[in-house]
Design a protein around this ligand. Structure first.
Ligand code: UT7
Length: 323
């Protein structure tokens, strides 16, 4: 039975760090409010001329280095982003060219903050069906470019960054002890389209638009849907919350993450938190958190990781991975 096994991960954050205190100098907010409501202390912001593809290429190169592979070994790139360089072609093709990959396919997946889970499931399915054998899944975003900096309710919440994982097809026994991706659960609910969206696009306004969010509404859905989807993905794999070594969640708000951790009965030290340093980086937040926990030695080979995320659409999902 073919399994998609993670060979390496990498991340990249823009150099410029913007603290809550710095934001409070230009808008009516405070470090105290931001930390209490979200857990965010700072975010990284891309430089002028630094695009989503640039962040993605740097994160991908690091993931390939960790995997001991070259760009030319890849036959699939799935780039998860809601902030592409251009409307088309896919930003993934820029990454493909930069990495020296000339075979296979490179395309973008757009499921906003659930993007990495969606992208992982697409790449995993393509590997399992024999369409690809060595894949790069990237979450990369420059949300700073779609923020309304006059709206304190949204602009303090997001940051820029990229993270990537390399997957390789390997034979497994088909049990939950195999290394690799074990299960996914994906959902969307288009009835909630208008509680989190960008008010522009090529077809509707010919502009890029800015992010609009009814934060409280999204919060309520996030708590309920995250609690349900983590149970669903565990059931699919025939596992329980007691089997989880690490929760690696989408990093939108520490209060939402704490709620999911409590629902799973996980002690806080088993939950990877990076929202304090990175803020909400949408599709990049899960691989960014993953890279931190792998490279500081917390995540070890054979550990069971539960990843989950929710964002605009609404779209949400969860993946179980044996590291
Ligand atoms: O990744 C995609 C998924 N997104 C999410 O998961 C985000 C989900 N939502 C949230 O995380 C929270 O709803 C927020 C962090 C966005 C907001 O927290 P909240 O506890 O729901 O606050 P609120 O929006 O109800 O605002 C409370 C108060 C309001 O003032 P009044 O009306 O009570 O006087 C806001 O005007 O806080 C005010 N406020 C701020 N104050 C200082 C809103 N933004 C700020 C701010 N600084 N930046």
């Amino acid at each position: 039975m073919i399994r998609s096994v993670v060979q390496g991960c990498g991340a990249y954050l823009p150099e410029r760090v913007v603290s809550n205190a710095e934001l409070a100098r230009t808008m009516d907010t405070s470090d105290e409010w931001i930390q209490q409501r979200t857990g965010i202390r700072q975010r990284h912001i891309a430089a002028e001329g630094e695009f989503t593809s640039h962040l993605a290429i740097k994160a991908s190169q690091r993931a390939l280095d960790q995997a001991g592979l070259k760009g030319s070994d890849l036959d699939l790139i799935v780039l998860c982003t809601a902030t592409p360089d251009l409307t088309f072609p896919a930003t993934a093709t820029r990454v493909q060219a930069a990495l020296g990959m000339t075979k296979g396919a490179a395309f973008d997946v757009q499921a906003v903050c659930a993007g990495f889970i969606y992208g992982l499931s697409v790449a995993d399915s393509m590997i399992k069906s024999g369409l690809a054998s060595t894949a790069l899944v990237i979450g990369a975003e420059t949300f700073s470019r779609i923020l309304d900096w006059s709206d304190r309710g949204t602009s303090v919440l997001f940051g820029d960054g990229a993270g990537a994982v390399v997957l390789k097809a390997e034979q497994g026994e088909g049990t939950a002890h195999d290394r690799g991706i074990l299960a996914h659960a994906l959902h969307s609910d288009g009835r909630q389209h208008d509680i989190l969206y960008v008010d522009g696009g090529p077809s509707s306004t010919r502009t890029t638009g800015l992010l609009r969010m009814e934060g409280k509404e999204v919060f309520k859905h996030a708590v309920v849907n995250m609690a349900a989807v983590v149970g669903e993905v565990l059931d699919k794999a025939g596992l329980t919350s007691k089997d989880i070594d690490w929760l690696v969640p989408h990093q939108a708000n520490k209060r939402i993450i704490d709620g999911t951790g409590r629902k799973l009965g996980l002690p806080p030290e088993r939950v990877v938190i990076t929202v304090d340093r990175h803020a909400n980086t949408s599709a990049a937040s899960i691989p960014l958190a993953l890279e931190v926990a792998v490279n500081d030695g917390r995540v070890k080979r054979g550990d069971l990781l539960l990843m989950e995320g929710i964002g605009g659409g609404l779209a949400w999902g969860a993946s179980l991975v044996r590291w």
